[in-house]
Design a protein around this ligand. Structure first.
Ligand code: CUA
Length: 354
Protein backbone atom coordinates (compact mmCIF):
# COMPACT_ATOMS: atom_id res chain seq x y z
CA UNK A 1 0.00 0.00 0.00
CA UNK A 2 1.17 3.55 -0.82
CA UNK A 3 2.45 5.74 1.90
CA UNK A 4 -0.44 8.13 2.67
CA UNK A 5 1.48 10.36 5.01
CA UNK A 6 2.33 13.14 2.50
CA UNK A 7 -1.33 13.40 1.43
CA UNK A 8 -2.45 13.77 5.04
CA UNK A 9 0.11 16.50 5.58
CA UNK A 10 -1.05 18.32 2.47
CA UNK A 11 -4.60 18.19 3.84
CA UNK A 12 -3.57 19.60 7.21
CA UNK A 13 -1.46 22.37 5.64
CA UNK A 14 -4.30 23.25 3.24
CA UNK A 15 -6.78 23.68 6.08
CA UNK A 16 -4.27 25.86 7.93
CA UNK A 17 -3.57 27.91 4.78
CA UNK A 18 -7.30 28.38 4.21
CA UNK A 19 -7.84 29.59 7.78
CA UNK A 20 -4.90 31.99 7.55
CA UNK A 21 -6.00 33.20 4.09
CA UNK A 22 -9.55 33.93 5.27
CA UNK A 23 -8.23 35.74 8.34
CA UNK A 24 -5.99 37.90 6.11
CA UNK A 25 -8.66 38.84 3.53
CA UNK A 26 -11.07 39.78 6.33
CA UNK A 27 -8.42 41.75 8.23
CA UNK A 28 -7.42 43.87 5.23
CA UNK A 29 -9.38 47.11 4.93
CA UNK A 30 -10.01 46.98 1.17
CA UNK A 31 -12.26 49.96 0.76
CA UNK A 32 -12.32 53.71 1.41
CA UNK A 33 -14.93 55.33 3.65
CA UNK A 34 -18.51 54.13 3.18
CA UNK A 35 -20.42 57.21 2.01
CA UNK A 36 -23.53 55.76 0.36
CA UNK A 37 -26.40 53.52 1.40
CA UNK A 38 -25.16 50.76 -0.93
CA UNK A 39 -21.57 50.76 0.32
CA UNK A 40 -22.16 48.36 3.24
CA UNK A 41 -23.93 45.75 1.08
CA UNK A 42 -21.31 45.99 -1.66
CA UNK A 43 -18.44 45.59 0.81
CA UNK A 44 -20.12 42.55 2.38
CA UNK A 45 -20.64 41.00 -1.06
CA UNK A 46 -16.97 41.58 -1.86
CA UNK A 47 -15.90 40.01 1.43
CA UNK A 48 -18.06 36.94 0.71
CA UNK A 49 -16.48 36.58 -2.74
CA UNK A 50 -13.02 36.76 -1.19
CA UNK A 51 -13.82 34.24 1.53
CA UNK A 52 -15.24 31.79 -1.02
CA UNK A 53 -12.20 32.25 -3.27
CA UNK A 54 -9.63 31.39 -0.60
CA UNK A 55 -10.39 27.63 -0.18
CA UNK A 56 -10.70 27.23 -3.97
CA UNK A 57 -7.33 28.89 -4.47
CA UNK A 58 -5.75 26.77 -1.74
CA UNK A 59 -7.28 23.55 -3.13
CA UNK A 60 -5.99 24.22 -6.66
CA UNK A 61 -2.53 25.18 -5.45
CA UNK A 62 -2.33 22.19 -3.07
CA UNK A 63 -3.23 19.72 -5.85
CA UNK A 64 -0.71 21.34 -8.22
CA UNK A 65 2.15 21.43 -5.72
CA UNK A 66 1.45 17.94 -4.35
CA UNK A 67 1.29 16.49 -7.89
CA UNK A 68 4.54 18.15 -8.89
CA UNK A 69 6.16 16.67 -5.81
CA UNK A 70 4.58 13.18 -5.69
CA UNK A 71 4.42 12.37 -9.42
CA UNK A 72 7.67 13.92 -10.63
CA UNK A 73 9.70 11.72 -12.95
CA UNK A 74 12.14 9.41 -11.19
CA UNK A 75 15.77 9.42 -12.36
CA UNK A 76 16.22 7.01 -15.29
CA UNK A 77 12.45 6.43 -15.77
CA UNK A 78 11.81 6.74 -19.52
CA UNK A 79 8.44 4.95 -19.61
CA UNK A 80 5.18 6.62 -20.71
CA UNK A 81 2.44 7.42 -18.25
CA UNK A 82 -0.55 5.09 -17.95
CA UNK A 83 -3.23 5.77 -20.61
CA UNK A 84 -6.25 7.19 -18.74
CA UNK A 85 -9.59 7.94 -20.31
CA UNK A 86 -11.26 10.33 -17.93
CA UNK A 87 -13.03 9.75 -14.65
CA UNK A 88 -16.75 10.34 -14.88
CA UNK A 89 -17.37 10.67 -11.16
CA UNK A 90 -14.58 13.26 -10.78
CA UNK A 91 -15.81 15.24 -13.78
CA UNK A 92 -19.39 15.35 -12.47
CA UNK A 93 -18.08 16.58 -9.11
CA UNK A 94 -15.84 19.32 -10.53
CA UNK A 95 -18.60 20.60 -12.80
CA UNK A 96 -21.46 20.43 -10.28
CA UNK A 97 -19.79 22.04 -7.26
CA UNK A 98 -18.44 25.10 -9.13
CA UNK A 99 -21.81 25.45 -10.89
CA UNK A 100 -23.59 25.59 -7.54
CA UNK A 101 -21.07 28.08 -6.12
CA UNK A 102 -21.11 30.37 -9.16
CA UNK A 103 -24.92 30.29 -9.44
CA UNK A 104 -25.32 31.11 -5.75
CA UNK A 105 -22.87 34.02 -5.96
CA UNK A 106 -24.53 35.34 -9.13
CA UNK A 107 -27.90 35.20 -7.36
CA UNK A 108 -26.50 37.04 -4.35
CA UNK A 109 -24.91 39.67 -6.62
CA UNK A 110 -28.20 40.11 -8.47
CA UNK A 111 -30.09 40.71 -5.23
CA UNK A 112 -27.60 43.41 -4.16
CA UNK A 113 -27.63 45.05 -7.62
CA UNK A 114 -31.43 44.99 -7.78
CA UNK A 115 -31.53 46.79 -4.45
CA UNK A 116 -29.07 49.46 -5.64
CA UNK A 117 -30.99 50.03 -8.86
CA UNK A 118 -34.43 50.22 -7.23
CA UNK A 119 -36.34 53.42 -8.04
CA UNK A 120 -36.93 55.53 -4.95
CA UNK A 121 -39.25 58.42 -4.18
CA UNK A 122 -38.01 62.03 -4.18
CA UNK A 123 -35.03 61.26 -6.40
CA UNK A 124 -32.69 64.06 -7.44
CA UNK A 125 -31.73 63.77 -11.11
CA UNK A 126 -28.23 64.88 -12.10
CA UNK A 127 -26.94 64.80 -15.65
CA UNK A 128 -23.23 64.08 -15.69
CA UNK A 129 -21.21 64.87 -18.79
CA UNK A 130 -17.64 63.80 -19.34
CA UNK A 131 -15.33 65.37 -21.87
CA UNK A 132 -11.59 65.57 -22.31
CA UNK A 133 -10.73 66.33 -19.50
CA UNK A 134 -13.43 67.46 -17.15
CA UNK A 135 -16.82 66.57 -15.69
CA UNK A 136 -19.79 68.91 -15.77
CA UNK A 137 -23.15 68.56 -14.08
CA UNK A 138 -26.69 69.70 -14.77
CA UNK A 139 -29.60 69.62 -12.34
CA UNK A 140 -32.75 69.51 -14.52
CA UNK A 141 -35.05 69.76 -11.49
CA UNK A 142 -33.23 72.83 -10.16
CA UNK A 143 -34.05 75.19 -13.03
CA UNK A 144 -31.58 73.30 -15.27
CA UNK A 145 -28.76 74.58 -13.09
CA UNK A 146 -25.39 73.92 -14.71
CA UNK A 147 -22.34 73.52 -12.57
CA UNK A 148 -18.83 72.25 -12.72
CA UNK A 149 -19.08 71.21 -9.10
CA UNK A 150 -20.98 68.17 -7.99
CA UNK A 151 -22.90 69.00 -4.83
CA UNK A 152 -25.45 66.57 -3.36
CA UNK A 153 -27.82 66.68 -0.40
CA UNK A 154 -27.25 63.99 2.22
CA UNK A 155 -29.77 61.12 2.44
CA UNK A 156 -31.60 61.96 -0.79
CA UNK A 157 -31.55 59.33 -3.57
CA UNK A 158 -29.71 60.53 -6.65
CA UNK A 159 -30.18 59.28 -10.19
CA UNK A 160 -27.14 60.04 -12.35
CA UNK A 161 -27.59 60.08 -16.11
CA UNK A 162 -24.12 59.84 -17.55
CA UNK A 163 -23.12 61.18 -20.98
CA UNK A 164 -19.93 61.95 -22.86
CA UNK A 165 -19.20 64.55 -25.52
CA UNK A 166 -16.23 62.80 -27.02
CA UNK A 167 -14.57 59.51 -26.03
CA UNK A 168 -15.21 56.87 -23.36
CA UNK A 169 -14.85 58.08 -19.79
CA UNK A 170 -15.86 56.41 -16.56
CA UNK A 171 -17.68 58.22 -13.78
CA UNK A 172 -16.38 56.92 -10.47
CA UNK A 173 -16.84 57.94 -6.84
CA UNK A 174 -15.00 55.27 -4.82
CA UNK A 175 -16.59 56.32 -1.52
CA UNK A 176 -20.06 55.79 -3.02
CA UNK A 177 -18.98 52.44 -4.58
CA UNK A 178 -20.44 53.92 -7.75
CA UNK A 179 -18.92 53.51 -11.18
CA UNK A 180 -20.26 53.56 -14.69
CA UNK A 181 -18.87 54.11 -18.17
CA UNK A 182 -19.72 57.26 -20.07
CA UNK A 183 -20.30 55.94 -23.59
CA UNK A 184 -20.56 58.05 -26.75
CA UNK A 185 -24.08 58.07 -28.20
CA UNK A 186 -25.92 56.60 -25.22
CA UNK A 187 -26.90 57.53 -21.68
CA UNK A 188 -25.87 55.26 -18.84
CA UNK A 189 -27.65 55.29 -15.48
CA UNK A 190 -26.59 54.85 -11.93
CA UNK A 191 -28.34 55.45 -8.64
CA UNK A 192 -26.87 56.27 -5.29
CA UNK A 193 -27.96 57.69 -1.94
CA UNK A 194 -25.16 59.63 -0.22
CA UNK A 195 -25.29 58.98 3.53
CA UNK A 196 -22.24 60.76 4.86
CA UNK A 197 -21.34 64.47 4.86
CA UNK A 198 -17.99 65.34 3.35
CA UNK A 199 -15.95 65.78 0.18
CA UNK A 200 -15.00 62.80 -1.94
CA UNK A 201 -13.08 62.46 -5.20
CA UNK A 202 -14.84 62.12 -8.56
CA UNK A 203 -12.46 60.17 -10.74
CA UNK A 204 -12.33 59.25 -14.41
CA UNK A 205 -11.62 55.51 -14.50
CA UNK A 206 -11.23 55.01 -18.25
CA UNK A 207 -8.03 55.94 -20.07
CA UNK A 208 -9.32 58.80 -22.21
CA UNK A 209 -6.29 60.71 -23.42
CA UNK A 210 -3.38 62.79 -22.28
CA UNK A 211 -5.28 64.50 -19.43
CA UNK A 212 -6.92 61.33 -18.07
CA UNK A 213 -5.01 61.32 -14.79
CA UNK A 214 -5.97 64.93 -14.07
CA UNK A 215 -9.67 64.35 -14.84
CA UNK A 216 -10.56 64.55 -11.18
CA UNK A 217 -13.08 66.66 -9.37
CA UNK A 218 -14.78 66.60 -6.01
CA UNK A 219 -18.28 65.73 -4.87
CA UNK A 220 -19.51 67.56 -1.79
CA UNK A 221 -22.27 65.97 0.28
CA UNK A 222 -24.00 68.62 2.37
CA UNK A 223 -27.20 68.87 4.45
CA UNK A 224 -30.45 69.26 2.50
CA UNK A 225 -31.04 72.89 3.52
CA UNK A 226 -27.45 73.81 2.64
CA UNK A 227 -28.06 72.21 -0.75
CA UNK A 228 -31.07 74.43 -1.37
CA UNK A 229 -28.98 77.45 -0.40
CA UNK A 230 -26.19 76.31 -2.73
CA UNK A 231 -28.63 76.01 -5.64
CA UNK A 232 -29.81 79.54 -5.00
CA UNK A 233 -26.28 80.86 -4.74
CA UNK A 234 -25.31 79.17 -8.02
CA UNK A 235 -28.27 80.76 -9.75
CA UNK A 236 -27.17 84.13 -8.37
CA UNK A 237 -23.56 83.38 -9.43
CA UNK A 238 -24.79 83.12 -13.00
CA UNK A 239 -25.94 86.72 -12.64
CA UNK A 240 -22.83 88.29 -11.10
CA UNK A 241 -20.04 85.86 -11.97
CA UNK A 242 -19.73 84.62 -8.39
CA UNK A 243 -18.43 87.92 -7.03
CA UNK A 244 -20.99 88.34 -4.24
CA UNK A 245 -20.46 84.76 -3.09
CA UNK A 246 -16.78 85.59 -2.62
CA UNK A 247 -17.47 88.66 -0.51
CA UNK A 248 -16.98 91.03 -3.46
CA UNK A 249 -13.44 89.74 -4.13
CA UNK A 250 -13.19 89.43 -7.91
CA UNK A 251 -9.86 87.61 -7.83
CA UNK A 252 -11.21 85.01 -5.41
CA UNK A 253 -14.31 84.62 -7.59
CA UNK A 254 -12.11 84.13 -10.65
CA UNK A 255 -9.88 81.63 -8.87
CA UNK A 256 -12.90 79.64 -7.76
CA UNK A 257 -14.33 79.60 -11.28
CA UNK A 258 -10.96 78.56 -12.71
CA UNK A 259 -10.73 75.65 -10.27
CA UNK A 260 -14.39 74.61 -10.30
CA UNK A 261 -14.59 74.70 -14.10
CA UNK A 262 -11.71 72.26 -14.28
CA UNK A 263 -9.28 74.60 -16.07
CA UNK A 264 -6.65 73.35 -13.61
CA UNK A 265 -6.74 69.94 -15.30
CA UNK A 266 -5.04 71.33 -18.41
CA UNK A 267 -3.38 74.67 -17.61
CA UNK A 268 -0.55 75.75 -15.37
CA UNK A 269 -1.44 78.80 -13.27
CA UNK A 270 0.54 79.59 -10.14
CA UNK A 271 -2.26 81.60 -8.53
CA UNK A 272 -4.59 78.58 -8.69
CA UNK A 273 -1.83 76.14 -7.78
CA UNK A 274 -2.15 74.13 -10.99
CA UNK A 275 0.76 72.63 -12.91
CA UNK A 276 -0.87 70.74 -15.82
CA UNK A 277 0.62 71.16 -19.29
CA UNK A 278 -2.08 69.89 -21.66
CA UNK A 279 -2.85 73.47 -22.77
CA UNK A 280 -0.79 76.67 -22.80
CA UNK A 281 0.69 77.90 -19.52
CA UNK A 282 -1.28 80.87 -18.25
CA UNK A 283 1.22 82.53 -15.92
CA UNK A 284 2.39 84.72 -18.82
CA UNK A 285 -1.08 85.09 -20.35
CA UNK A 286 -1.06 88.89 -20.07
CA UNK A 287 2.04 89.10 -22.28
CA UNK A 288 0.76 86.44 -24.66
CA UNK A 289 -2.61 88.17 -24.91
CA UNK A 290 -0.91 91.50 -25.68
CA UNK A 291 1.02 89.82 -28.50
CA UNK A 292 -1.69 87.67 -30.07
CA UNK A 293 -4.56 90.14 -29.63
CA UNK A 294 -2.61 92.68 -31.72
CA UNK A 295 -2.19 90.04 -34.45
CA UNK A 296 -5.92 89.35 -34.42
CA UNK A 297 -7.05 92.96 -34.07
CA UNK A 298 -8.59 92.46 -30.60
CA UNK A 299 -8.10 93.91 -27.15
CA UNK A 300 -6.32 91.51 -24.74
CA UNK A 301 -9.63 90.91 -22.91
CA UNK A 302 -11.39 90.12 -26.19
CA UNK A 303 -8.57 87.73 -27.07
CA UNK A 304 -8.87 85.83 -23.76
CA UNK A 305 -12.65 85.75 -24.00
CA UNK A 306 -12.50 84.39 -27.56
CA UNK A 307 -9.95 81.78 -26.47
CA UNK A 308 -12.39 80.53 -23.83
CA UNK A 309 -15.56 80.70 -25.94
CA UNK A 310 -14.23 79.50 -29.30
CA UNK A 311 -10.86 77.92 -28.61
CA UNK A 312 -10.47 76.56 -32.13
CA UNK A 313 -10.68 79.98 -33.81
CA UNK A 314 -7.07 80.64 -32.85
CA UNK A 315 -4.75 78.03 -31.36
CA UNK A 316 -1.47 79.05 -29.77
CA UNK A 317 1.40 77.66 -31.89
CA UNK A 318 2.65 74.34 -30.57
CA UNK A 319 -0.79 73.24 -29.30
CA UNK A 320 -3.41 71.03 -30.87
CA UNK A 321 -6.80 72.05 -32.19
CA UNK A 322 -9.92 70.50 -30.60
CA UNK A 323 -8.16 69.70 -27.35
CA UNK A 324 -9.89 72.43 -25.36
CA UNK A 325 -13.64 71.92 -24.86
CA UNK A 326 -15.47 74.35 -27.16
CA UNK A 327 -18.63 74.80 -25.10
CA UNK A 328 -17.64 76.99 -22.17
CA UNK A 329 -19.89 79.71 -23.53
CA UNK A 330 -22.74 77.32 -22.77
CA UNK A 331 -21.37 75.99 -19.48
CA UNK A 332 -20.65 79.40 -18.01
CA UNK A 333 -22.82 82.51 -17.89
CA UNK A 334 -21.56 85.72 -19.60
CA UNK A 335 -20.87 87.22 -16.16
CA UNK A 336 -18.82 84.19 -15.18
CA UNK A 337 -16.75 84.41 -18.35
CA UNK A 338 -16.11 88.10 -17.67
CA UNK A 339 -14.96 87.24 -14.14
CA UNK A 340 -12.65 84.57 -15.51
CA UNK A 341 -11.14 86.85 -18.20
CA UNK A 342 -10.47 89.63 -15.71
CA UNK A 343 -8.99 87.18 -13.21
CA UNK A 344 -6.63 85.58 -15.74
CA UNK A 345 -5.34 88.92 -17.02
CA UNK A 346 -4.92 90.24 -13.46
CA UNK A 347 -2.98 87.32 -11.98
CA UNK A 348 -0.72 86.92 -15.03
CA UNK A 349 0.21 90.62 -15.16
CA UNK A 350 3.87 91.20 -14.36
CA UNK A 351 4.50 87.45 -14.02
CA UNK A 352 6.25 87.33 -17.40
CA UNK A 353 8.99 89.62 -16.09
CA UNK A 354 10.16 87.07 -13.51
CU1 CUA B 1 -11.82 60.83 -18.87
CU2 CUA B 1 -10.09 59.29 -18.28
Amino acid sequence: MRNRRPAIWVGVLSIAATAIGIAIVLAIDWFPTQASSAAGDIDTLYDVLLVVSVPIFVLVMAVVLYSVYAYRVKPGDMSDGAPIHGNTRLEVVWVTIPLIIVTALAGYGWVVLDDIEAKKADTLVVDVTGQQFTWSFEYPGQGKLQSNQLVLPKDRPVHFKVHTKDVLHDFWVPEFRLKTDAVPGITTDIRVTPTRLGSYPVVCAELCGIGHSTMRQTVRVIPADAFDAWVEKQQQGDEDGGVAANGGDKTAAGRQLFTDTGCTACHTLADAGSTATVGPELDDLAAQAAKYSKQNGQTPAEYVKASIESPNAFVVPGFQKDLMPADYAKQLSPAEIDTLVEYLLTVSKGKEAQ
